[in-house]
Structure formats: structure tokens, C-alpha cells
Design a protein around this ligand. Structure first.
Ligand code: PLP
Length: 362
């Protein structure tokens, strides 16, 4: 059997082994065509059926029956930071943002290049170690949308409750927690996610939006940056990232096999509890970075008493086959990313290692 690493990478991240093996089996001859899916026309019936399957599956897993469109785009979630205000932040309007961390900041920075912005809430003063109170937000009269980052991948915070925005579209960057837990998607006007954390490989960005938000874009925007171009052409205006779309479809099938969102959520909560419990019961040897109520079940961030000890931890973990436990270069510390595809066994191995490391270095 192939040796698989204990993979805690933040993104690109672990994929389900079953999906990789299925892709391997179909790699050179896809469904009897004598070709890889990468070698065939995106206008042909074989590719198109995969494309539609993936769109339908995603809607179904999100619990959406009508009123929303699924778009498969390129340029990563980072391109959505600009594409969103280009399309929705029109003359005379203001876009509101909740500042929760590194990714929310980047989204806001792009919107500022395009139009009027407003910070509705921020946890910057707390070094982004919590989600700010969003229960009573005051939004400007002419607000085009409110943007939130559902899970801050770098800091390790996650919303437990989303703000109520009435008729103002609530828009979420869900790159690092899409399909990880049961939430009511109908409270959002639009969600988007780069695929490489919870949905598949890099190269594809998924946008799910209420039809009326994406069916007509300002005429001044370049064709590829208009949502309506991709709606009208069902994300086949130009060549889509066909292999990535195929992989997303396979990951979605795998989620169905886990019992859908409820199944993966149960596993995710067990994995996160195991890690946080090990941190909390270490008598201060490990310290969680984030306010307890706002802890992410996807990115577990923690520290040791000194940077020196953290370096030692990372080195020792690498020798034991653990990958990706170093915190993001902007914040330091340690981070275990435990997306849907990270097995419980990897988390168990990590907590065993953490206990061992504490005993030998505490
Ligand atoms: C990784 C990440 C991004 C950036 O995604 P790209 O696809 O690399 O552009 C944006 N937002 C969040 C929350 C992320 O985790």
C-alpha cells in the first residue's frame, strides 16, 4: 500500500484517498472514450455531463432547490475579491465588510479599489483572535451587500451565527469551510470558495448566487469579469478547468458517501474536539490562539511557550510523518488544518504525538 502522509496542509490540502484512486483508475481512459477527461472537448457530451453533474450535486448538498446559480470560475477566491465589487458595487452604493482577519482584509482592500466601502464590524483590536459581535450591525442606507469571511483560515476563527441583513444581500467567502457543516444557504445572496481546501484541487472557484444578483452586470466591465457572462453560458463561455471540475464532482460524490453534510459535520466536530481537548488539557503547554467561542473546526491554531519550542515541535512532527503544521508566516505559531478530507486517524495520530511531545518537553 502507498504510504500517505498525515497531511494538515492549509491549502492545497488533503483530498480523500478514495477520490484520488478513482481518478487514477479513470485517468487515461475516461468512461470508455480512450482519452483522459483533460484531452477532450469541453463542448462534447461527455465533459458536459460531468460539468452538469457537479453543479447539480453541489446545489443538492447545499440544500438548494431553486433560485440559485452555480458558476465554475478561475482566478481563485482572490479574483472574487475584485469580481464581486466590480459587479455589485455600482455608482452611489456602499459595500460593507466585516473585518475578521487576513482574508477579510484582502477582500476589503480590493473593494476599496472599485468603490465606496464601510467597515461594519472588526476584531482587529483583538488581533483577530475572535469574531466580532455582528448581532446588531448598522449598515449604511445604500448598502450593496455585506461581506463576511465565514472561516479565517490563517487565524483559525469561524462564525457560529451569521448576521441578519434583511433585504441586503449577505455574501460569504467560504473558501475554507464550504460543505463542512450544516448551514442555511438561503440566508446568503452569494457564497464563493476556492476549491483547494474543501472541494477539490486548485484551479477552480465555485460561486453559488441568487439568480437576480448575477444575471445582469454593468456594461463597462470586461467580459470575463462579468457574472452574467458565466450565467448566460453556464460557465462554458471559455474553456473551463475541466480536470478540476471533474475532481470537484468526485469529491462531492465522496461527501454523499459520508452521509452528506450531516455525516461530514459529525466527523469534523469529532476531529476538532479531539484536538482542542488535547490543547485545553495540556495545563498550558499548548495554548489555543483564538477565543474559545469562535474556534474554527477547520483550522486549529495554537502556540507553545516559546518560538524555539515551536520550531522543535515542527521538526519532530516532520520526522514522524506530519505535514503542514507550521502556522502561516504572517502570524507564526502552529496550525492544523483539518478539512473534510483529513481522516480522524490523522487527528488521533497528531494528538498522540502532541501528548508524547509534551511529556518529553514539558
Ligand atoms: C485560501 C483562501 C483564499 C484565497 O484563495 P485563492 O483561491 O488562493 O485565491 C481566500 N479566502 C479564504 C478564506 C481562503 O482560505
Amino acid at each position: 500500500m502507498t504510504k500517505r502522509a498525515y497531511n494538515f496542509n492549509a491549502g492545497p490540502a488533503a483530498l480523500p484517498l478514495a477520490v484520488l484512486e478513482r481518478a487514477q483508475a479513470e485517468f487515461v481512459d475516461f468512461r470508455g472514450t480512450g482519452m483522459s477527461i483533460m484531452e477532450m472537448s469541453h463542448r462534447g457530451a461527455v465533459y458536459e455531463s460531468v460539468h452538469h453533474e457537479a453543479q447539480e450535486r453541489l446545489l443538492k448538498l447545499l440544500g438548494i432547490t431553486e433560485g440559485y446559480k452555480v458558476l465554475f470560475l478561475q482566478g481563485g477566491a482572490s479574483t472574487q475579491f475584485a469580481m464581486l465589487p466590480f459587479n455589485l458595487l455600482t455608482e452611489g452604493k456602499t459595500a460593507s465588510y466585516v473585518k475578521t482577519g487576513s482574508w477579510a482584509d484582502k477582500a476589503l482592500k480590493e473593494a476599496k479599489l472599485i468603490g465606496q466601502t464601510h467597515v461594519a464590524a472588526s476584531s482587529e483590536e483583538d488581533k483577530y483572535m475572535r469574531i466580532p459581535d455582528v448581532s446588531r450591525l448598522e449598515l449604511p442606507e445604500n448598502t450593496a451587500y455585506l461581506h463576511v469571511t465565514s472561516n479565517e483560515t490563517i487565524e483559525g476563527t469561524q462564525y457560529q451565527q451569521y448576521p441578519e441583513t434583511g433585504s441586503i444581500p449577505l455574501i460569504a467567502d467560504m473558501s475554507s469551510d464550504i460543505l463542512s457543516r450544516n448551514i442555511d444557504i438561503k440566508q446568503f445572496g452569494m457564497i464563493y470558495a476556492g476549491a483547494q481546501k474543501n472541494l477539490g484541487p486548485s484551479g477552480i472557484t465555485v460561486v453559488v448566487a441568487r439568480e437576480e444578483l448575477v444575471s445582469s452586470s454593468p456594461s463597462t466591465i470586461p467580459t470575463m469579469l462579468r457574472y452574467d457572462t458565466h450565467v448566460k453560458n453556464n460557465s462554458l463561455y471559455n474553456t473551463p478547468p475541466s480536470f478540476s471540475v471533474y475532481m470537484v464532482n468526485e469529491v462531492l460524490k465522496w461527501i454523499e458517501e459520508q452521509g452528506g453534510i450531516d455525516g461530514v459535520e459529525r466527523q469534523n466536530r469529532e476531529k476538532a474536539s479531539l484536538l482542542y481537548q488535547t490543547i485545553d488539557e495540556s495545563a498550558g503547554f499548548y495554548q489555543g490562539c483564538v477565543h474559545t467561542d469562535d474556534r474554527s473546526i477547520m483550522n486549529v491554531t495554537f502556540r507553545l511557550q516559546s518560538e524555539e519550542l515551536e520550531k522543535k515541535f515542527i521538526k519532530a512532527s516532520e520526522e514522524e510523518g506530519f505535514v503542514g503544521l507550521k502556522g502561516h508566516r504572517s502570524v507564526g505559531g502552529l496550525r492544523a488544518s483539518i478539512y473534510n478530507a483529513v481522516p480522524y486517524e490523522s487527528c488521533r495520530a497528531l494528538t498522540d504525538f502532541m501528548d508524547y511531545f509534551r511529556k518529553t518537553n514539558g
